[in-house]
Ligand binder design. Structure first.
Ligand code: NDP
Ligand code: MG
Length: 389
């Protein structure tokens, strides 16, 4: 029996992971499940999967979670530190599916003990890529990409030499506003930005898809995980979302990964890696699909892409600043403090300010200075938001 833990079990990726694990109960022993506010779901799954430990990252949630699990023998803990401790417990496979920079410390706890980390939390690589990869190398930890594009690249590279890669193309649906007139974007509402044309995901990543901040994070994630230079990484809009990524080799061949927009493929690939096992995902009927289309992303519609390219060039702590400013700007948009297009403006202002005064580029990465940069970038983003609202 494999021992598995799921960080962010109550979210969209977490629930898809549980779906796969619950289909083969005899194969897995669930060590720990973590969540934040959705205690009912957390307790429900902890009972159903007979987890050893259930943890909420919200310190105030302890008593309620304890109540919900009374009489089950399932251990309960609360607070961010308890989430990191849950990640550090021995398990054969850990899913990292917390949303945002909060996923970094727990993910690092898995890597520090040399564990296997299925990484959906892209913020881990965006904020701390070089540190994360170096830690995995030192401890012998394994990182398996779960973001669909990166799982696709990883699969296309199996048996290949990464030094023979000429280019990597990651696809983007173009998000909720891909066909809107540019003039309407400034007035886009929260409800409109929260509709994804193809994928069912958490609200934050769905809005990040409309702005393409998500694709910006994924550009950085590609650079950091695969060590591919930024000028070899391309983004293309592919409205059908059936090709997840393509890898181009020195001989001109392009290997495309094609499949339905269902995260259980990438999660299941990471769960069973290096084997392939049957997965409950739809099989594509290509004759019925008929055609796959592509177009270049427009700079004016997706300023987040240029910001991400700037971060790839600057390196150092700029990824941590970029991500934190983006998270704070997204909070501001969700709270109705700023408009849709202001998110990119806020992030740009924060990068401008911090790269001139705080030496983002030349810093050595440590967990401490990444977390400090994260905090400072949120303060700077709050100032920028207050100027606008
Ligand atoms: P959701 O918002 O659906 O779920 C987030 C999870 O994190 C929930 O379990 C939530 O708990 C928990 N959580 C929220 N805040 C904190 C915190 N401060 N500390 C600890 N736990 C917290 O997100 P998704 O599942 O959509 O995304 C998870 C990650 O995977 C993100 O990094 C995203 O970019 C990435 N990803 C997601 C994809 C998708 O299809 N959804 C595709 C590719 C990547 P609770 O709900 O109990 O409050
Ligand atoms: Mg993705």
């Amino acid at each position: 029996m494999r021992r598995v833990s799921i960080l962010g079990a109550t979210g969209s990726i977490g629930q898809n992971t549980i779906d796969l694990i619950a289909r083969a109960p005899g194969d897995y022993r669930v060590e720990a499940l973590t969540g934040a506010r959705n205690l009912t779901q957390l307790a429900h799954d902890a009972r159903r999967l007979n987890a050893r430990l259930a943890v909420t990252s919200e310190p105030d949630g302890y008593a309620a979670l304890k109540d919900l699990l009374a009489g089950t023998g399932i251990a309960v803990a609360a607070g961010p530190q308890a989430v990191a401790e849950a990640a550090a417990r021995p398990a054969d496979w850990v899913m990292s599916a917390i949303v945002g920079a909060a996923g970094l410390v727990p993910g690092m706890a898995v890597l520090k003990r040399g564990g296997t980390l299925a990484l959906a939390n892209k913020e881990t690589l965006v904020t701390a890529g070089p540190l994360v990869m170096a830690t995995a190398r030192e401890t012998g930890a394994t990182i398996l990409p779960v973001d669909s594009e990166h799982s696709a690249i990883f699969q296309a590279l199996t048996g290949e030499d990464v030094t023979g890669v000429e280019r990597v193309i990651i696809t983007a649906s173009g998000g909720a506003f891909r066909d809107w007139p540019l003039g309407r974007l400034a007035g886009a509402t929260l409800a409109e930005a929260s509709q994804h044309p193809n994928w069912a995901m958490g609200q934050r990543i769905t809005i990040d898809s409309a702005s393409m901040f998500n694709k910006g994070l994924e550009l950085i994630e590609t650079k950091e995980f695969f060590g591919i230079s930024p000028d070899r990484i391309e983004v293309i809009i592919h409205p059908e979302s059936l090709i997840h990524a393509m890898v181009g080799f020195a001989d001109g061949a392009l290997m495309a990964h094609v499949g339905p927009p269902d995260m259980r493929h990438a999660i299941g690939y990471a769960l069973h890696w290096p084997e392939r096992r049957p997965l409950p995902v739809a099989r594509l009927d290509l004759a019925q699909i008929g055609q796959l289309t592509f177009r270049a992303p427009e700079d004016a519609r997706y300023p987040a892409l240029a910001l991400a390219r700037r971060v790839m060039d600057e390196g150092g702590l700029s990824g941590a600043a970029f991500n934190a400013a983006k998270e704070r700007a997204l909070d501001g948009f969700i709270a109705g403090q700023i408009g849709f297009l202001d998110m990119a403006r806020v992030v740009e202002q924060v990068l401008d300010k911090m790269s001139s005064s705080d030496g983002l580029q030349n810093a050595t990465l440590t967990l401490d200075n990444i977390l400090q940069t994260d905090r400072l970038a949120r303060i700077r983003a709050t100032e920028a938001i207050e100027q606008k609202s």
